[in-house]
Ligand binder design. Structure first.
Ligand SMILES: Cc1cc2nc3c(=O)[nH]c(=O)nc-3n(C[C@H](O)[C@H](O)[C@H](O)COP(=O)(O)O)c2cc1C
Length: 192
C-alpha cells in the first residue's frame, strides 16, 4: 500500500456514494479509463458508479424542464441527489466543453441536484485548458463545490495512457491519487 492510500485508509468511507461521469462517449476513451482507474483506487466500502447514460440525455429544452422532465434526466438527477460526491472527467472539443456534457449540465441548472455537492474535475485532453476553465465557471453557476486540490488538468493524455487503458505516466498516476485523497477527505468531512 502506498503512502497516499494509507492516509486515505484512515478516513471513515463506509457507505459513501460517488458518481463518476465521463464527458467522452468514445469507445476506448482515455477519460473513461481514468474513471475506471480511480474506481480501482477507492476502498471497496465506497459505492462507486460510472454513469453510462450520457448519450441518452436529450437536447436541453427549457420548455420540457417542467414537473415531468425526460426519464433519463429524472434518473440522472436521482443519481446525483443520492451521490455524496461527483467526479467529472472530460476531454476538450474545439476549445470547449464536449457538447453532450454541457447539455447534461444545462439540465441541472433548474434542479438543486448539484448545489453544495462536492465535485472533482479532471480535464484529460490534448490541451484542455479552455474546457477546464469553462467547466469551473459552469460548476460555479450550479453552486457545486469544486474541491480544492481536486481539479486537475492533464494535457497530452494520449501519451499517458496505453492501448489497454493503463496509465503509463507516473506523475499523472500520482496526481490522480492525490486528487482522490483530497476529494475523499472533503466528501467525508462534508458528511460529518
Ligand atoms: C472533434 C474533436 C475536437 C477536438 N478538439 C480538441 C481541442 O480543442 N482541445 C484539445 O485539447 N483536444 C481536442 N481534441 C482531442 C481530444 O482531446 C482527444 O481526442 C482526447 O483523447 C479525447 O478524449 P477521450 O480519449 O476520452 O475520448 C479533439 C478531438 C476531437 C475528436
Amino acid at each position: 500500500m502506498n503512502k497516499k492510500a494509507q492516509t486515505t485508509a484512515t478516513l471513515n468511507l463506509r457507505g459513501i456514494r460517488l458518481l463518476a461521469i465521463s464527458g467522452s462517449l468514445r469507445s476506448g476513451s482515455s477519460n473513461h479509463h481514468i474513471l475506471k482507474y480511480l474506481g480501482t483506487q477507492v476502498p471497496t466500502d465506497i459505492n462507486y458508479i460510472i454513469y453510462d447514460e450520457l448519450a441518452l440525455i436529450p437536447p436541453f429544452d427549457p420548455g420540457l424542464d417542467n414537473d415531468t422532465p425526460p426519464d433519463a434526466v429524472v434518473r440522472l438527477r436521482g443519481l446525483l441527489t443520492n451521490a455524496d460526491g461527483l467526479i467529472i472527467c472530460t476531454p476538450e472539443y474545439a476549445f470547449g466543453v464536449p457538447g453532450q456534457l454541457k447539455n447534461m449540465l444545462d439540465w441541472l441548472v433548474s434542479s438543486s441536484s448539484l448545489v453544495e455537492k462536492p465535485v472533482a474535475l479532471i480535464t484529460a485532453s490534448l490541451g484542455g485548458e479552455h474546457a477546464h476553465a469553462s467547466l469551473l465557471l459552469t460548476l460555479g453557476a450550479l453552486n457545486s463545490h469544486v474541491v480544492d486540490g481536486a481539479a486537475l488538468l492533464i494535457s497530452f493524455i494520449r501519451s499517458k495512457i496505453n492501448a489497454e487503458g493503463q496509465i503509463i505516466h507516473q506523475e499523472t498516476e500520482e496526481s490522480l491519487n492525490i486528487l482522490m485523497h483530497n476529494f475523499l477527505t472533503l466528501v467525508t468531512n462534508s458528511l460529518q
